[in-house]
Write a protein that binds this ligand. Structure first.
Ligand code: ADP
Ligand code: MG
Length: 706
């Protein structure tokens, strides 16, 4: 080894590792350097402060330790190799048999026969007696010097074969820390946080924190060390994100919407059929602030289903139009785009504005005048699907793009939008999937977030109940009553890729059974699923929208945005198989009119713990943010919103759910620091600056995720 050991030394050069183990460590755990191993933290600890009595030990998965002596080792020939058995007697004279099925000879040579020692492992019941298979055996001295909380590391079977099971890793870490301390002294690893930050929250330095986490003397010490490591992780993440956002808003130009003009005012005075909610007004103000001064707006608008995001979109579009720009509203599906077109035209009434629709199914002949109007600037507002992204669609002066239901819009598409104007259009992304605050602070750290946290007045809460299959006839009776009242019904079946065949069969069986219970001419049923041609799907959907059919049987294709105010019942089949946010979205399809609406969650009687929690949550609350929090708790951040691949949430120490308060704290501190020193140029921020640079270099891919 040419250089003295340091955290950047390749792990291969750590004593006892070598090239073969190094390769396995890199492949299995991503550990390449000594520093990587140092940050491979224990995921739990075993309490080794207590010695048990053999006579009282309970067989089972919990590991225990006994103090005593080992005698009478016996090697017994088996079919393959040898088995080793030995007799262990604890301090109270109770006897337990120890057994090894592998490595018998090696173990036999190393057993401290007749010496006081400690054995550690799981006790099992075996042929009427008790034994302990493959116990860990330590001399008394070794056992006493081990830290009270024994660290447990994640590892793999292959690494285990290389002697790097949890204990092997523990020993490697200890060896490394001893060596580093010998070479570099008490500050054996370079500190990464400035002293003022450490003292701000009473945190230990990095070297101490790592020692406390790898070799804690007790649980409090471990917590303190880990707190420091988590805090650091959040702080650098937040510094990076907040800084990124500050730069974005400063550097990028956007059209300046300096005035609230004639169309906006006339629409506001004459055409809005209701009073805006306080939340809607607040969001409009936020958008106004963003767009008035020539900086680029990149705003995420979160508002539960039915909270009135469309009106915000329209008012924002009018603001753009009054300032000489064109606006574009993108919807994820053809049907939604059509609904928006119809809605907008009706709302705008006789205002002299040209609103057009552009989707995949608009015929070439009809397309021409629209494209021309866009290029000349005579089309003020374009509503469309992804078709508007095509290069042929050229705007005269595009100033604003509203993207409805953001989760279907990717980075590449955003880039294509930007190419459509010399000044990047302002962007308002609207989503009805509430995002827990912790996530929006991390994943969407570089977006401004507006929230509509208030529903328009007079909404009746949707009554949600859980029913099992045995109660199906009752549910059918209820459906019949609702139809007699003139209402319409959704019945939704799951369709999941992995089980598509079976799901499809369930859907068809369900449909068959419904057609037997609800026969024409009194009842008419629509069906929509993914195997139908898009035209047929749209036609069926249209029949339901127009009220020709009273029941819509569907897979989750209806999830996003459809508005049929007369639909008052949402029945969700196999509800236990849906995720919480999906259930919430589906339920949002009803409760849009004046009538009392209902959601019926159908499931098996037998439910797993998580499924039960999901259904209970749905029955208990209608608050999308509350539901999102439970969802985050149940599923973890990686699964939510497909952020797994983005790597943004690849946290090493901290946990977004459990450490929420810490995240908020780190964000506040990051903001405060950057307010006084936006570029982290001050000398006493040098450590912070280099920490942020390290992080930026490690994760170059995370800006602009939405
Ligand atoms: P979403 O946020 O799910 O897109 P919409 O914009 O479709 O919700 O609004 C749902 C319904 O609420 C629409 O029928 C709309 O006209 C109505 N609405 C919106 N804002 C208000 C308001 N301030 N007062 C009363 N009704 C409103
Ligand atoms: Mg909407």
């Amino acid at each position: 080894m040419p250089e003295p050991l340091s955290v950047t030394t390749p792990i291969e050069f750590l004593k006892g590792i070598g090239p073969k183990r190094a390769e396995a460590l890199a492949e299995d755990l991503g550990i390449r350097s000594c520093g990587d191993l140092l940050f491979h933290l224990p995921f739990r600890y075993e309490d080794r402060t207590r010695y048990h009595r053999v006579s009282e030990a309970v067989p089972g998965p919990v590991q225990v330790q006994f103090r005593g002596t080992i005698r009478n080792p016996k090697e017994i020939q088996q079919k393959r190799g040898k088995r080793l058995e030995a007799e262990f007697t604890d301090e109270h004279g109770d006897v337990l048999s120890l057994v090894w099925f592998k490595g018998a000879q090696w173990v036999a040579r190393n057993l401290p026969i007749g010496q006081p020692c400690v054995v550690w492992g799981k006790v099992s019941e075996f042929q009427g007696g008790r034994n302990m298979a493959h116990p860990e055996v330590m001399g008394l001295g070794e056992a006493n010097s081990a830290s009270a909380l024994h660290p447990v590391y994640s590892t793999t079977e292959r690494l285990g074969r290389f002697g790097l099971n949890s204990n092997g890793l523990a020993k490697a870490v200890q060896r490394m820390m001893v060596q580093l301390r010998t070479i570099h002294g008490a500050d054996w690893i370079q500190e990464t946080l400035p002293p003022e930050i450490l003292s701000l929250r009473g945190m230990p330095g990095l070297a101490v924190a790592l020692e406390q986490v790898h070799q804690p003397s007790d649980a409090n010490v471990e917590r303190l060390g880990r707190f420091r490591l988590k805090f650091e992780e959040f702080l650098f993440l937040q510094l990076l994100l907040v800084q990124h956002r500050n730069q974005q808003t400063q550097d990028l130009p956007g059209e300046a919407f300096t005035e609230v003009g004639a169309h906006f005012n006339r629409f506001y005075k004459e055409r809005i059929p209701f009073e805006l909610t306080g939340a809607q007004k607040r969001v409009i103000r936020e958008v106004r602030e963003d767009t008035r001064n020539g900086r680029h707006m990149n705003r995420l608008l979160q508002g539960d289903v039915g909270s009135g995001k469309t009106m915000v979109a329209l008012l924002t579009a009018l603001l753009a139009i009054d300032n000489g720009c064109q606006a574009c509203i993108m919807a994820p599906t053809e049907i939604l785009a059509q609904q928006h077109l119809a809605g907008f035209r009706e709302m705008l009434g006789d205002l002299p504005l040209r609103v057009e629709l552009l989707t995949g199914s608009v015929k070439t002949a009809d397309r021409k005048p629209i494209l021309q109007g866009l290029e000349e600037g005579s089309v003020h507002l374009l509503i469309g699907t992804h078709a508007v992204l095509e290069p042929k669609v050229v705007f005269h002066r595009l100033g604003l793009v509203v993207i409805d239901e953001q989760h279907r819009f990717g980075v590449a598409q955003r880039a294509r939008l930007w190419a459509k104007a010399s000044i990047p259009p302002h962007i308002l992304v609207m989503t009805a999937t509430p995002i827990p605050r912790t996530l929006s602070m991390t994943v969407y750290g570089d977006l401004d977030v507006s929230v509509i946290d208030e529903l328009p007045p007079g909404r009746k809460p949707i009554r949600t109940v859980h029913r099992t299959d045995s109660q199906r006839l009752g549910v059918f009776g209820f459906i019949r009553e609702q139809i007699e009242l003139g209402r319409q019904i959704y019945i939704v079946f799951p369709l999941i890729e992995e089980s598509a065949q079976l799901d499809y069969k369930d859907l068809m069986d369900g449909y068959e059974s419904l057609t037997r219970h609800f026969t024409p001419p009194d009842y008419r049923i629509s069906i929509v699923h993914g195997r139908m041609k898009p035209e047929d799907k749209d036609a069926e959907m249209q029949r339901f929208v127009e009220g020709v059919t009273q029941i819509m049987v569907a897979t989750t294709v209806i999830e996003v945005g459809v508005n049929v105010p007369n639909a008052s019942v949402m029945v969700i089949e196999s509800a236990e198989r849906f995720g919480l946010s999906q259930l919430h979205q589906l339920r949002g399809r009803v409760g849009r009119g004046a009538n009392q609406s209902f959601c019926v969650l159908m499931s098996d009687k037998e439910l797993g713990k998580e499924a039960r929690r999901r259904l209970e949550t749905m029955c208990r609350t209608q608050d999308g943010f509350e539901i999102a929090e439970v969802d985050l708790e149940l599923r973890g951040p990686g699964d939510l919103m497909g952020t797994k691949q983005s790597g943004v949430l690849d946290l090493k120490v901290a946990d977004l759910v459990k450490d929420r308060a810490l995240l908020e704290d780190a964000r506040d501190i990051a903001r405060r620091i950057l307010k006084g020193d936006p570029g982290l140029e001050l000398t006493h921020h040098a450590l912070l600056k280099s920490g942020v640079e390290r992080l930026r270099a490690a994760r170059p891919d995370w800006s602009r995720i939405s």
